[in-house]
Design a protein around this ligand. Structure first.
Ligand SMILES: Cc1cc2nc3c(=O)[nH]c(=O)nc-3n(C[C@H](O)[C@H](O)[C@H](O)COP(=O)(O)OP(=O)(O)OC[C@H]3O[C@@H](n4cnc5c(N)ncnc54)[C@H](O)[C@@H]3O)c2cc1C
Length: 406
């Protein structure tokens, strides 16, 4: 209906912007026109195929609600993000979201089988179907044909310019949409990461991942945040499902919140030492023996390092209990949210959000950005990293009045 209205001449100046949970950090769903909230009424699970392991949903469904619906079938939608209790599948598809677990599970676009897209003239396409079924002259047909032509004719330039990243940048995935060897073109790749700029995505067919039979979380504690960062390559090489580094400031926020009571025994202080950094390392899989071996290899190596006081490691704690693991991740997700709701005039201001960084250069980058802040503002920095996607976020701890003067 929106497409049919937008297609009328008298509404040609009106812009429509799709909105999911509104958690996009760049305010992408905002517009001076009409914001269409898909989370309100388009949030249903349409079909679950247990045998083939896929689900079809309306895209206003929240990610945690989707997992609640498919859990009884032994599946989950594996790309994760901190805002999973409010971000929608439409938002995830359009920002190609990923987060905890992405070393193994990849990003949203890796799990999209097909998308239903509605264009501004009301034309509609199912992205897995052939372009031949689309009506001539429609926006849907034009979008597919032009995107295909650009990808095929500019492939050399696209390959030269696009960085070799495992986590793809938000934007049209021109690099992976076209395959020269068999001359195939996948328009789903263009829609994923399009930030709502091409069409409203109304339905999505998504592949599901079997819930792992075994899960173990190892919380490695450090005497400094730098030590935790310096350990990044070692943790990534240990072939974990995910590695998350949290600094002492984020930990302290959590400690002041009621959420800490749910995890205090799982991340306890080390007597006589100050815990200023944490690496949360998870192993998971279908084969319990394989997971146990990987955990043993890491803990043996941690024991050695502890004996010789290497790498600033002051202790570690292991948990296999799924409920406890969930509580720890919930604490981490909440702590990041708490950063945005800090009381007083000093606020953590976003400085580098979701910046892709090779693990071995995390420390250098973190230190240099903190140093830069100290030179300019003489105030401390708050750092948080999501290493498993080589993705760094830096929040500078600065004062509202200072900001005003900048
Ligand atoms: C504290 C915090 C932590 C975060 N952590 C992560 C993280 O770990 N990983 C990560 O990837 N991101 C993270 N984000 C960013 C954000 O949560 C994601 O980008 C999320 O996927 C957005 O989903 P949403 O439903 O809120 O989308 P919105 O913010 O509503 O929209 C995002 C974009 O998608 C478009 N869009 C939404 N729905 C549709 C639709 N149905 N059809 C077409 N276009 C649509 C909008 O127009 C907009 O351009 C975080 C954000 C915050 C505030």
């Amino acid at each position: 209906m929106i497409g049919q209205l937008a297609n009328q001449d008298k509404f040609s100046n009106v812009t429509f912007s799709p909105r999911g949970g509104g958690t996009g950090t760049n305010g992408q769903s905002l517009t001076s026109g009409v914001v269409v909230d898909l989370s309100r009424h388009m949030n249903k699970v349409l079909e679950i195929n247990e045998d083939e392991g896929w689900v079809r949903v309306q895209t206003g469904i929240v990610k945690d609600a989707l997992n609640d619906a498919v859990r009884p079938f032994g599946y989950f939608f594996s790309p994760d993000l901190s805002t999973s209790n409010r971000a929608t599948l439409g938002g995830m598809v359009n920002t190609d979201a990923s987060g905890q677990g992405s070393l193994k599970y990849g990003k949203t676009s890796d799990h999209v089988l097909s998308l239903q897209a509605v264009f501004a003239d009301g034309s509609l396409l199912e992205s897995s179907e052939s372009v031949d079924v689309l009506n001539e002259g429609t926006f849907a047909k034009q979008a597919v044909e032009i995107a295909r032509q650009v990808c095929a004719s500019q492939q050399a330039l696209i390959n030269e310019k696009f960085p070799p990243l495992n986590r793809f940048l938000t934007g049209y995935d021109l690099k992976n949409a076209y395959q020269a060897d068999d001359d195939s073109f996948d328009f789903t790749r263009i829609l994923c990461g399009a930030e709502g700029s091409l069409a409203f995505i109304t339905e999505a067919k998504l592949n599901l991942t079997p819930i792992p039979k075994a899960r173990t979380l190892i919380n490695v504690k450090y005497n400094s945040f730098d030590s935790a960062l310096r350990n990044a390559p070692f943790m990534v090489e240990a072939n974990a499902l995910s590695v998350e580094t949290v600094d002492s400031r984020v930990l302290n926020f959590a400690k002041q919140d009621i959420v800490w009571h749910t995890v205090s025994d799982l991340i306890s202080d080390v007597p006589g030492k100050e815990m200023l950094g944490l690496n949360m390392v998870e192993y998971a899989g279908q084969d319990e023996e394989e997971v146990a071996q990987a955990v043993k290899a890491l803990t043996d190596s941690l024991d050695e390092k502890l004996k010789t006081e290497q790498d600033g490691i002051i202790g570690y704690q292991v948990t296999n209990d799924v409920g406890s693991i969930g509580r720890i991740y919930n604490m981490r997700k909440k702590a990041v949210g708490l950063l945005g709701a800090v009381k007083g005039s000093a606020k953590p201001i976003a400085f580098a959000e979701d910046t892709c960084v090779p693990p071995e250069t995390l420390l250098i980058l973190s230190l240099s950005s903190a140093h830069c802040l100290m030179v300019t503002n003489s105030i401390t920095a708050c750092l948080g990293t999501w290493m498993q996607v080589y993705c760094m976020c830096v929040r500078h701890w600065t004062c509202a009045i200072l900001n005003k003067n900048l």
